[in-house]
Design a protein around this ligand. Structure first.
Ligand code: ASP
Length: 330
């Protein structure tokens, strides 16, 4: 059975749920098809979670000029961090339940080095601070006040990240909420970006304001190397978006890269990582979203998520397009 037909049939017959062995069997077919369609991949390329064409265009500019994949993913992510209208990354990110905007980000280079910031406040470009942690300190992660202090010492400006629009959204949430974070499947907009430069080297980055209205102090998957992001320049890279707790529990991005190491295509690897979450005992997957995107050393790409509200932006061969992902649940 072709999986696309399976999904179509499922929706036509009113079946809203598609998990288990039937889907696994179908996923195999879809991956084979994806493999065929991506076998002529050309470099350089950049992919990112969600519809972020301005960000991938910036990364592409860097790659086309002969820049490194590392510069490309940093500069690309910075576009979304500076976009005060985007409410899930950098400036304008939705706050925690107490009204604080706190950012998580990480970056990883072709040598397998990484840097990360956790619970960073008052600094827009968390991804650049993460890169400085990687390049200018002997550490991998800096958190909270220490990360903020480190940012100021390295020339970053203090800024109020809570915009009027995000403040208003938080105030409205406070009135009607039962005081729990939003795990709405449409509310996950972490930007994760993976690039391969002209020399064939891979890097990745991930930046977010995390779950909207989370508990103060909550940290998700996005700054955790192996969960939110993983890069192995010999094999490929993966990055996650969605409910970070579920990604952390399955060490999702590392899993996707290890599955590619075992020979799976990026598409099949993303699908298996999602299957692991969905097929866990008592999984509550109907009520949350997780999505992965991945690229292998050949420049083949894949993306997959639990729900339909997921897409990947891909800039390759002068084409900057947003690709809607397949999904488990209609
Ligand atoms: N992964 C992020 C987190 O859990 C949230 C998201 O992707 O929207 O913090």
């Amino acid at each position: 059975m072709k999986r696309r037909n399976f999904i179509k049939n499922a929706s036509l017959t009113g079946v809203g749920l598609a998990v288990g062995s039937t889907l696994n069997a179908c996923a195999e077919t879809a991956s084979e098809q994806t493999n065929e369609s991506t076998s002529k991949a050309s470099l350089p390329l950049v992919i990112a979670t969600w519809d972020v064409k301005n960000a991938t265009a910036k990364a592409w500019e860097v790659l086309q000029a002969g820049g490194t994949a590392l510069d490309a993913v940093e500069k690309g992510c910075m576009v979304e961090e500076a976009n005060a209208e985007g409410q899930s990354v950098g400036k304008g990110g939705l706050p925690d339940r107490d009204g604080n905007v706190t950012l998580d980000a990480c970056i990883m280079n072709k040598e397998g080095n990484c840097g990360s910031v956790v619970y960073l406040q008052n600094v827009t470009h968390a991804i650049s601070v993460a890169r400085m942690v990687m390049e200018n300190t002997p550490h991998v992660m800096l958190a909270g006040k220490g990360a903020e202090q480190f940012a100021y010492e390295n020339g970053f400006q203090k800024e109020d990240l809570l915009t009027e629009a995000s403040k208003k959204a938080w105030e409205e949430w406070k009135v009607k909420s039962e005081y729990k974070p939003i795990i709405n499947i449409e509310n996950h907009d972490t930007i994760g970006m993976l690039a391969i430069d002209k020399k064939g080297n891979i890097s990745g980055a991930c930046t977010t304001s995390g779950l909207a209205y989370k508990m103060a102090g909550r940290v998700g998957d996005s700054p955790i190397i192996g969960s939110g992001l993983f890069v192995d320049n010999e094999i490929g890279a993966a990055v996650a978006t969605g409910l970070g707790e579920e990604v952390v529990k399955t060490v999702g991005s590392f899993l996707v890269v290890e599955l590619m190491r075992q020979g799976k295509s990026p598409q099949a690897a993303c699908e298996e990582a999602i299957n692991r979450i969905v097929n866990k005992p008592n999984s509550d997957y109907k009520n949350f979203q997780v999505g992965y995107i991945a690229v292998n050393k050949k420049g083949e790409t894949g993306s997959y998520s639990i729900h339909q509200y997921f897409s990947m932006t891909k800039f390759q061969d002068e084409k900057n397009e947003n690709i809607q992902s397949d999904y488990f649940i209609k």
